[in-house]
Design a protein around this ligand. Structure first.
Ligand code: F3S
Length: 388
């Protein structure tokens, strides 16, 4: 791989051990994927911030990096961590877990990384420019960045996004190159999805049928940021999809598929468990201000059903902005947690046994991350079944 003089100095250790380590990782990655050079990046989004996921080994790795002087060169934010940094006791987290999670947070802080703790960094200040190169490692945010924002990123892992933050660059391959961003599947819809739940089912279905494709949705109809973010999360959960198109040219070589309600119903069935859910969740990906506002309207004047939990997940940035709505929601006995989510927090500590959510991504992961049952439900059913 071609390296500039500056990059060679970074790799040789002239600028210290942290930059050397970061460059070693990036050059190794670039060699594997046949990258011809490095490219400067505008921002990073770093996953692997939850103690529940990375454990002692990950925590010590981050502390060592901070200790040898690693510093982010570009705007960098982190994914949800393993607890609400303020309401952790309410979540059943013990002191030992709390302290270890805080060591992770302190290590990121020392490296100059923002403690955003969200999978929707684009809603809280990490909004890259259209056409810019970035290195993001949250799969739902990657899809959103490539498809909705128009930035360019591969699906990074936590360590490679962190290395990119320290070096300010990433290997130039994959979705950084325009020729690799051409849609190769035309999805013709025999229906118009309306709700976030239907967009999620659609994304999950396409991810299953064409796991490595770049789909173009020919006639998706009306969508908005919230629908596109939940669809992107589902596309990336059932497959390895990293981008989609709503408008596209260069479709000569694209394969055509047609989707109707039967496929979506099949997905729904596959993501349903026996028995009644007792924990109702909204916020995968993290709720936007608009979603919090709409939930407050729907929940106002009602109460959480006896024996059930109603938990909403968002970022601290959105939580701060929406305090008046949070008050209404919590007044009904629901909980609004920030900094974490149902998948990266040990959800089995909730004391419930069966989660229902309107997001296929959450339902896909919760059984393996917590051992709990999980079912997909439309938002209206969640409101009906979770509230009196
Ligand atoms: Fe975000 Fe957690 Fe869902 S990281 S996309 S809320 S699984």
């Amino acid at each position: 791989m071609y390296l500039t003089k500056e990059e060679e100095k970074m790799l040789s250790g002239e600028y210290g051990p942290a930059l050397r380590k970061a460059m070693e990782l990036l050059v190794g990655l670039g060699d594997v994927f046949g990258a011809e050079k490095m490219i400067a990046i505008e921002s990073t989004q770093i996953s692997g911030a939850s103690y529940n996921n990375i454990g002692d080994a990950g925590m010590e790795f981050l502390e060592e990096l901070a200790e040898i002087g690693a510093k982010a060169k570009v705007k960098s934010t982190i994914n949800p961590c393993g607890m609400d940094l303020d309401k952790w006791r309410e979540m059943g987290i013990n002191e030992e877990y709390y302290e270890k999670q805080m060591r992770i947070i302190r290590a990121f802080k020392r490296m100059g990384i923002e403690i955003s703790c969200t999978c929707t960094p684009y809603l809280v200040g990490n909004l890259p420019k259209k056409g810019s190169h970035i290195a993001w490692s949250e799969s739902s945010a990657v899809v959103f960045a490539n498809s909705v924002i128009g930035a360019k990123t591969n699906r990074e892992g936590g360590p490679s996004a962190l290395a990119a933050a320290i070096a300010g660059r990433t290997p130039y391959y994959g979705l950084h190159i325009d020729e690799n961003r051409v849609p190769n599947i035309i999805v013709k819809l025999e229906f118009k999805p309306r709700t976030a739940f239907e967009f999620s089912l659609l994304g999950y279905t396409i991810g299953r049928i064409a796991p490595s494709g770049i789909p173009y949705f020919k006639n998706l109809g009306t969508s908005d940021v919230d629908r596109l973010k939940i669809m992107g999360a589902a596309l990336a959960a059932s497959g390895g999809i990293a981008m989609f198109y709503l408008n596209a040219k260069n479709l000569d070589k694209a394969e055509k598929i047609s989707i109707d309600w039967r496929e979506l119903n099949q997905t729904k069935e596959n993501l349903s468990s026996d028995g009644d859910p007792d924990l109702f969740c909204i916020g995968c990906p993290h709720c936007s201000p608009q979603e919090i506002k709409e939930l407050a309207r729907a929940i106002k004047g009602r109460r959480v059903r006896r024996g059930c939990g109603f938990w909403i997940w968002t970022s601290r940035g959105v939580y701060e902005k929406c305090k008046e709505y949070v008050k209404i929601i919590e007044g009904a006995g629901c909980k609004v947690f920030k900094d974490t989510c149902m998948v990266v927090y040990p959800l089995q500590l909730s004391g419930y046994s069966h989660m229902a959510c309107n997001s296929c991504k959450a339902v896909h992961y919760v059984p393996s991350t917590s051992g709990m049952k999980a079912s997909i439900l439309e938002l209206n059913s969640i409101l009906e079944r979770g509230l009196e």
